[in-house]
Design a binder for this molecule. Structure first.
Ligand code: CUA
Length: 302
């Protein structure tokens, strides 16, 4: 508790400590009084039961004290929460794309990254975008969490105040690999960040693989033959596969048409043994040119 990892830690931890403290105080206090009463008023020591009528002082006390207590809790809860909703105008704007089951961060200069890299002591404003279902971006060390809802433009912000690497989780059950929908946020020195941000050269990888990574295809389709959610890409090019088309089994060749159809209309032909409905159509997300790059890449995966 009470790290300085983000500008929200103090506020959240203070209210947590106050609520925890009050709960502990009453847990110990009430249990103690109960035990005392059991002993003090048991039948041997106190044979005659007594009828107790109203006691104004006592009633006012047990109304006023809890009221003050919950108002104190509310005050600290609110002052911890409110700054999270006051999103500043100025800051580093990053689009956080969520999809089953990975995170992609898109920077203002068009740079993509699968980890969130931010400079220390600067406001970062995240635009939360979902390509499919409801996810939730959660950075426990920063004490922030916000739903990522398709069609709704949610936002969140923070200032990373300590250098380091912190976990990002998805905190909304979003299907099979929800628990594997992980990433991290790296808080680095501002000079280091400027170098990282301005380096937009792509590493020496196949342009088709860039497309597959950008669209997180590889979180469901392995490149090495491992079975994940969808069929692996390894060695499929030019081979025949058994698919289910409108409930009928048939054999098709993995060629240009098949790959394109699988990307734009993924539920048309579903490879036997895999579940339909898990992949969204990428008609508006992957251009025809990119499909060709993917095909080029698949040819290399022998
Ligand atoms: Cu995304 Cu759970």
């Amino acid at each position: 508790m009470f790290s300085n990892a983000s500008n929200f830690v103090q506020g959240v931890d203070t209210s947590f400590a106050i609520i925890l403290g009050a709960s502990l105080f009453f847990l110990v206090g009430i249990t103690g009084v109960m035990v005392y009463f059991v002993v003090r008023y048991n039948k041997n020591k106190h044979p005659e039961a007594q009828d107790v009528h109203e006691n104004k002082k006592l009633e006012i006390t047990w109304t006023v004290i809890p009221t003050i207590l919950v108002l104190v809790m509310f005050y600290f809860g609110w002052t911890g929460y409110e700054p999270m909703r006051k999103i500043p105008e100025e800051g580093i704007k990053v689009k956080a794309h969520a999809q089953m089951w990975s995170w992609q961060f898109e920077y203002e200069n068009g740079k993509y990254s699968d980890t969130l890299v931010v400079p220390k002591d600067e406001a970062v404003i995240l635009d939360l975008i979902s390509r499919d279902v409801v996810h939730s971006l959660y950075i426990p060390a920063f004490r922030i969490k916000e739903d990522v809802v398709p069609g709704v433009n949610n936002k969140m912000w923070f200032i990373g105040q300590e250098l380091g690497k912190y976990n990002i989780f998805c905190a909304e059950f979003c299907g099979d690999l929800h628990s594997k929908m992980l990433s991290s946020v790296h808080v680095i020195a501002p000079e280091e960040y400027n170098v990282w941000y301005n380096d937009t050269t792509q590493p020496e990888i196949h342009p088709g693989l860039v497309v597959l990574k950008k669209n997180a295809c590889v979180s469901c389709h392995s490149l090495d033959g491992t079975r994940i959610v969808g069929p692996s890409f390894k060695g499929i090019w030019g081979h025949e596969v058994e698919v289910i088309t409108n409930g009928e089994e048939r054999t098709v060749m993995v060629d240009e048409d098949y790959v394109k159809r699988s990307i734009y209309d993924p539920n048309a032909d579903v490879v036997k043994g895999f579940n339909p409905g898990l992949m969204i159509p990428y008609q508006n997300l992957v251009t025809e040119e990119e499909v060709n790059e993917i095909i080029d890449y698949l040819k290399t995966l022998k």
